[in-house]
Write a protein that binds this ligand. Structure first.
Ligand SMILES: Nc1nc2c(ncn2[C@@H]2O[C@H](COP(=O)(O)OP(=O)(O)OP(=O)(O)O)[C@@H](O)[C@H]2O)c(=O)[nH]1
Ligand SMILES: [Mg+2]
Length: 409
């Protein structure tokens, strides 16, 4: 089962880590794009999650049974009947659905294998309007894909039902679809009239093109009517959802790629800092330890400047700018002169014995290397660490996307 949440979480980390590495404008734009992906309505997995709503006795549990092709939900003439929520889940579901069900307080699940990637929730009726509203608007609509509102031929025109429930939900548009159930209790022309009447009511409620299905989920005689058309429609919605799901993965890739290529970390983008810096530091320390020779200092300056400039170019425009602004030539000059002074102080030659002189040069070299590390190596490494962390999250996005695509096959 594929679920987008881990991908979106990883994308969040990519944008957070890109701050400080990239131009803030780029980071902000990416963060906005990720937010837009999160705001997509519905369940963030490649399953279609559907809940049944509507008046007690309209036939919600019967409809679940008809869709499942076998009795899974308990049906009764006694009202209200369903008192424990039930989820009909396809046998290929995984952890994403588990946590959704847990958050909705649904512990009873029945597995089905006839309708892949479909999850149907049968929820008990609740007493108060406020509780209904909270459940549908806060719990369900943001986190599932479709609410099927089931009417029966008697109560479909109930004013309270339209004013209190359906009008406020009209903003959710096609996330709500409608079923007029128990049509076996009407004559054919009556069914047409009622359906037209219902469409009129829903239009007044604010539903522009309501999808209305006419069913007899559990007719007094014969087999269910109209349930296949509803199942086909849900199949189409599932296909659309899987297309959108694939698009989201592609969009996540696009966002990551834009950031990663701006920071030049795409495909690793290692600047091999430790080895290169080690060589520059040791060569500079060795040269400066032999004495405060102006030519050696000039050479050392050039070596460090070239190194910082090369790293700046390799890490990409925006982050390169940051490195250049933290290590301007004036800073490098001050640092190298300070290192030369330290080296000179530590290795000040004394006239006694060759061995001692050699030891002093070594001491000067070590002191110079330490100071190079303190002044240049460590701050540069700290800067590059933020970029490396960003690069790690970029790589992680690639891994999560690949796993998702594989699971969707
Ligand atoms: N004639 C006819 N009766 C139906 C149809 N669908 C359901 N019923 C009957 O209507 C009654 C209520 O059906 P349920 O499926 O339990 O209704 P529900 O919406 O789940 O009810 P609650 O769980 O109380 O919310 C039962 O007696 C069903 O047999 C139908 O299409 N035609
Ligand atoms: Mg029921």
């Amino acid at each position: 089962m594929a679920d987008l949440t881990p991908l979106l979480d990883t994308l969040d980390m990519v944008t957070v880590r890109s701050a400080g590495v990239l131009d803030p404008e780029l980071t902000d734009r990416a963060a906005g794009d990720v937010r837009a992906l999160r705001l997509q309505r519905g369940y963030l997995g490649d399953q279609l999650v559907v809940a049944l709503a509507g008046g007690t006795g309209s036939g919600k549990s019967s409809l679940i049974n008809a869709l499942a092709g076998r009795p899974v939900a308990s049906v009764s003439t006694v009202r209200p009947h369903t008192d424990e929520p039930l989820a009909l889940i396809s046998s290929d579901t995984g952890s994403g659905i588990d946590s959704l069900l847990e958050s909705l307080g649904i512990t009873r699940t029945v597995s089905q294998s006839t309708f892949e990637h479909l999850v149907i929730l049968d929820l008990p009726d609740v007493d108060s309007i406020a509780e209904w509203h909270r459940r549908i608007v806060e719990d369900l609509l943001p986190r599932i894909d479709v609410v099927i509102w089931v009417f029966d031929p008697e109560k479909y025109q109930d004013r309270l039902l339209h004013d209190a429930f359906l009008k406020p939900l009209a903003a959710w548009g096609s996330q709500l679809i409608f079923v007029l159930n128990q049509i076996d209790r009407l004559e054919d022309d009556e069914t047409r009239l009622v359906a037209t009447d219902l469409a009129g009511y829903l239009g007044e409620d604010g539903y522009e093109h309501p999808a209305i299905f006419l069913t007899a989920a559990s007719p007094a005689e014969g087999t269910p009517v109209g349930v296949q058309a509803l199942a086909d429609y849900l199949s189409t919605r599932l296909d659309e959802k899987r297309v959108a799901f694939t698009k989201t993965i592609a969009e996540a890739g696009r966002i990551t790629r834009d950031l990663a290529s701006a920071a030049n970390v795409w495909g690793g983008g290692s600047v091999d800092f430790e080895d290169r810096w080690g060589r520059v530091r040791d060569a500079t320390a060795a040269a400066l330890a032999t004495g405060p020779d102006p030519a050696e200092i000039e050479d050392a300056l050039c070596r460090v400047e070239d190194f910082v400039a090369a790293i700046g170019v390799e890490v990409g425009d925006d982050f390169g700018d940051r490195i250049r602004s933290e290590f301007p030539l004036t800073r490098i000059e001050t640092d190298v002169h300070a290192v030369a002074k330290t080296a000179a102080a530590a290795s000040e030659p004394e006239p006694r014995g060759r061995k001692k002189a050699k030891r002093r040069v070594e001491a000067g070299e070590a002191a110079a290397a330490d100071e190079m590390e303190d002044r240049i190596g460590r701050p540069l490494r700290d800067l590059l660490r933020s970029r490396a962390e960003f690069g790690a999250w970029v790589a992680q996005t690639g891994i999560v996307s690949a796993e998702l695509k594989e699971r969707m096959q």
